[in-house]
Design a protein around this ligand. Sequence first.
Ligand SMILES: [Fe+2]
Ligand SMILES: [Fe+2]
Ligand SMILES: [Fe+2]
Length: 412
Amino acid sequence: MDSQHIDLHRSIISLSCALDLVGVDEVKHGKRVAMMAWHIANKLDWPAEDRLSILYAGMLHDCGVAKVREHRQLTESLEWDGAEAHCLRGAEYLAACPPLAYLADEIRYHHTRWEHLLTLPLSPRVRLRTNLLFLADRIDVLQVPFLNSEQILVAAPKIVERLQSYSGSLFAPELMAAFVDLAKSQAFWLAMDPDYLDEDLRELGRDLADIELEYPALREIARLFSRVVDAKSPYTEQHSERVAQIARRLAADMGIAGCELEQVEIAGLLHDLGKLRVSEDIIDKPGSLTPEERACMQRHSYDTFRLLRRVFTDSKIPEWAGLHHENLRGEGYPFKTLGKSLPLECRVISVADIFQALAQSRPYRQGMPLADIIRHLQQRVAEGVLDGAVVATLMSRADDYYELAQGFCPMD
Ligand SMILES: [Fe+2]
Ligand SMILES: [Fe+2]
Ligand SMILES: [Fe+2]
């Protein structure tokens, strides 16, 4: 089997959940933007295909924001000079991901004023779609203080009035007119309740069939998210990508073949997805972590597991990715799975993760030379924590693996 069925709709919702973790204070921002944009598109009678595309663009529009700090600034004022960076980054990520590349332009200009959009060589459809994202995004920023409370109904006319003053400058008049009309209904605002939001989003995907994605396409979606995770800190640059490469190669050297190899690579790319929730202040902290900070850091592998389980309903990927901090003595986390029940693929990903992390500099230490890493790994094997066979396989081509860990050209 060279492909895997995935529910793309559900996958995008889950990936949006992963991105939500960055907001911390404003969880579900992407989903609210998506849903409001969908309602406005619906009001304007856009074709079903365009409505779906705005829904997905809405959920993913902030994929270029990896830092809590950046997110905070984006939600504090209507226009912010630094907004351009995350638009560019997000568009670049999406453009590199064939199954979602058609959304790149929408993401690219989602903080660009309408009057400026009119001067850019964009198709009228893209121009309107990207501006609709901008509008929905700004509605959300203004409604956040009143969320989950009926106070939003009191505040709504003021929000509308404020945004309306930017019709023609920041926002397309036709989008503004549709929004002003919709905003008169209480339902538009009350539908933003987190429970209703999830229900509505699920419902919109109810009649959509699963799609079958070949592994290369699936890998690109995984890579998109690994880039968002790794961008959280300069210290983890390309960490997930390199772990995935090492794990795939190690798995092959251990005799794993076929689609399992593809899945090991995808699990490697996504193993730290849950780190989106961890603040960069903790990831970048030079000293040792307090118990609270360590607890925050440690929950990431469980979050990875839960997020991936929603995307891959019938696959080992969530388990292989989510168990990367378990160890053979059952002293890892989050499940305390004992050695004999830890699949080989998990052990491979654990070794790849540790090996790459030690080769890379961290805020509290420099990247280690190969000889020191090997000593460290052997020590862990002697303690009964790491799998001796996996470490031995790695050591048999240690120089090649070390190059891979540092991002040099892949081994053949
Ligand atoms: Fe946003
Ligand atoms: Fe991890
Ligand atoms: Fe990792």
